[in-house]
Design a protein around this ligand. Structure first.
Ligand SMILES: Cc1cc2nc3c(=O)[nH]c(=O)nc-3n(C[C@H](O)[C@H](O)[C@H](O)COP(=O)(O)O)c2cc1C
Length: 300
């Protein structure tokens, strides 16, 4: 059997497949269908210092090559997550990546401080697509200097490895990756959703404005991974439109060490376990010993 394990921040994950933040609830919800420990690691829904209600409906809308979501970062808050859900992952001995955000720099810092180091928490994934209310709602992740400063402050507040999750809505994502690296980021997640909108032509009104995800995002993600890998020497977790194991192969070959699956789970709730099974079968059939041999295989 081919070896699917990968090393991320000095932790051996049994496979390189995770859920994308916000697309698998708090982890327990999928259990009637498949065991969350099937994955290499679980990524939390975006957590904030205080609970957050999110947006009114409609919150998700299907488009031709994906979907648009406007969940509005609804979550129970970081404290409630640790109280109510961390015991579930402890029981399973399951590695967890905590995705978090703030509406101000200080909220990011305070949130990171409130995440107490734990043997199962292998990384803090900073959602940099969040609007900065002090800068008129422009997301933190668009300006290299803001990214460098924010990550530097978060790094001084925690001993847990910090993963910068970048927005693709920038001129040059490698410049942002470089700033994240200079700020001290231990890894990158590429990419978050791209802003989009959908019109209801009968109503002559907007149906939804939000983040577009799904297959249309895949080429954007592949390019981002390729360009950032050339620029910075930290591991990259790939996300954006992965629907099956063949999509995963492109992400690994572009340079990702691990991958996250989001929208595919809305199409088929078994997408993640299928991808893990199919990836192993592919490696076996093609005589690859380890998934590590695929990382960056298309890059010269
Ligand atoms: C319903 C939904 C909720 C999401 N919530 C978050 C979130 O809380 N934090 C975050 O960083 N990304 C969030 N994302 C973005 C995903 O984690 C992922 O980066 C993006 O959807 C691209 O992957 P995909 O095409 O496989 O869905 C969300 C995406 C969706 C579809």
């Amino acid at each position: 059997m081919a070896d699917l394990s990968v090393n991320l921040f000095h932790n051996m994950l049994k496979n390189p497949v995770m859920n994308a933040s916000g697309t698998l609830g708090y982890g327990v919800e999928i259990e009637p269908l498949w065991k969350v420990e099937t994955m290499g690691a679980y990524v939390t829904k975006g957590l904030s210092l205080m609970p957050h209600q999110g947006n009114p409906t409609p919150r998700v809308w299907e488009v031709r090559w994906g979907m648009i979501n406007s969940i509005g970062l609804q979550n129970i808050g970081v404290e409630a997550f640790f109280r109510d859900y961390m015991p579930f992952f402890e029981q399973k001995n399951m590695p967890v990546i905590v995705n978090f955000f703030g509406f101000t720099e200080d909220e990011y810092i305070q949130c990171a401080k409130n995440i107490v180091p734990h043997r199962l928490i292998i990384g803090l994934e900073m959602n940099l697509s969040c609007p900065n209310i002090k800068a008129g709602g422009i997301s933190f992740g668009k300006e290299p200097e803001a990214v460098r400063r924010l990550i530097d402050r978060v790094k001084s507040s925690t001993n847990i490895p910090v993963i910068a999750k970048l927005t693709p809505e920038v001129d040059n994502i490698a410049d942002i990756a470089q700033a994240a690296y200079e700020g001290g980021a231990d890894g990158l997640t590429l990419i978050n959703t791209l802003p989009g909108a959908c019109i209801d032509t009968h109503e002559r009104a907007f149906k939804i404005r939000g983040g577009m995800s799904g297959p249309s995002l895949k080429p954007v993600a592949i390019k981002a991974i390729y360009e950032c890998r050339k620029r910075v020497p930290i591991p990259i977790i790939g996300a954006g439109g992965i629907m099956d194991y063949e999509d995963c192969l492109s992400f690994f070959m572009a340079g990702a060490t691990a991958i996250q699956v989001g929208t595919a789970t809305f199409v088929d709730p078994f997408a993640i376990p299928k991808i893990i099974q199919d990836l192993g079968d592919f490696l076996d059939k093609n005589g690859w010993d380890s998934v590590i041999d695929l990382i960056g295989a298309a890059c010269t």
